[in-house]
Design a protein around this ligand. Structure first.
Ligand SMILES: [Zn+2]
Length: 303
């Protein structure tokens, strides 16, 4: 089944010419011209009910244009599909994506809602060390957790607070299985998204943490907080629901980009909700990271 791309405007300039625009600033802006003056564009944009199967559309268009020509119509449809003026209607099987999301029980419904609306079919696993049912995952049980992550290409970890202990465990598991890991969390009023899609290129979570810590001016206070959180993975009751929504939405959008284009994998993102500033940080691989590099004898002071 084919449909017109609902994200685009098709503006009639004449019977034989239409302007295609996505938005005022978008690069996606061009004219479609019916050089042979067959009336095919008018028939397509103004006299067709969508969605419609491709063969029926080709037949209908052939009947409506001045000089019926099957090849002309089918070539045009192929071109319009290529430039995404027309799209194949997604069906349930096509949007099946190998994504697994790990999070705390309190966040499940929010994440599920956002991902379902975005058309993702992701498997949600609840972080829980006590429960060993199918929908739960305990990162403390390495083997069982590895088995649960095995079928997935992407693993996303959502936390609504800074949870270094959980991040180390997820990092280790995904390194062992070479999974594409995205860690997204709230740290007070800041949302952080770390896409670790290729450990060999961008390093692992430990590399990011060292990089982030190197920029802190209040390092000592931070270390006290981190030590505390490592001992007790405490949920901060102050995190704002809207901030978490933003974090999940942004992560879902990024995931969509990563699945379509492989070249955008090099940055971590920060959304600072106190100052309302969004920034990105180039991910750097440290040459002697004990987690993802060969020298296992070197240990970062806080790993
Ligand atoms: Zn590393």
């Amino acid at each position: 089944m084919l449909t017109l791309n609902k994200g685009m405007l098709f503006i009639r300039c004449s019977r034989y010419e239409y302007l295609v625009k996505k938005g005022s600033m978008s690069n996606y802006s061009f004219h479609l011209k019916d050089e042979d003056k067959t009336g095919i564009l008018e028939a397509l944009f103004e006299k067709t009910d969508f969605p419609v199967p491709q063969e029926r559309l080709a037949e209908e268009l052939s009947n409506k244009i001045s000089e019926p020509n099957e090849k002309y119509v089918s070539d045009l449809l192929e071109q319009l599909l290529e430039i995404e003026v027309m799209l194949e209607c997604p069906n349930a099987q096509q949007i099946e994506k190998p994504v697994c999301i790990m999070t705390d029980l309190e966040q499940v419904s929010v994440i599920q809602d956002i991902f379902e609306k975005g058309g993702y079919s992701a498997q949600l696993l609840v972080l829980d060390d006590a429960n060993h049912n199918e929908q739960f995952i305990s990162l403390n049980h390495n083997e069982a957790a590895s088995e649960k992550l095995e079928p997935f290409e992407y693993v996303i970890l959502f936390k609504n607070h800074f949870s270094p202990g959980t991040f180390y465990q997820a990092n280790k598991l995904c390194l062992e299985q070479n999974k594409k890991l995205i860690i997204a969390y709230l740290d007070g009023s800041e949302g952080i998204i770390i896409p670790l899609l290729n450990f060999a290129q961008v390093g692992c979570y430990n590399d990011f943490e060292i990089l982030r810590e190197s920029s802190f001016y209040n390092l000592l206070d931070y270390q006290v907080m981190k030590e505390r959180l490592l001992q007790q993975d405490k949920v901060q009751p102050t995190s704002h629901p809207l901030h978490f929504h933003m974090l999940v939405n942004q992560t879902a959008l990024l995931l969509n980009q990563y699945m379509q284009f492989s070249s955008l994998n090099y940055y971590a993102y920060s959304m600072d909700f106190e100052r309302m500033v969004n920034t990105k940080t180039r991910l750097l691989k440290f040459p002697k990271c004990p987690s993802c590099q060969s020298d296992k004898n070197l240990v970062h002071a806080f790993i």
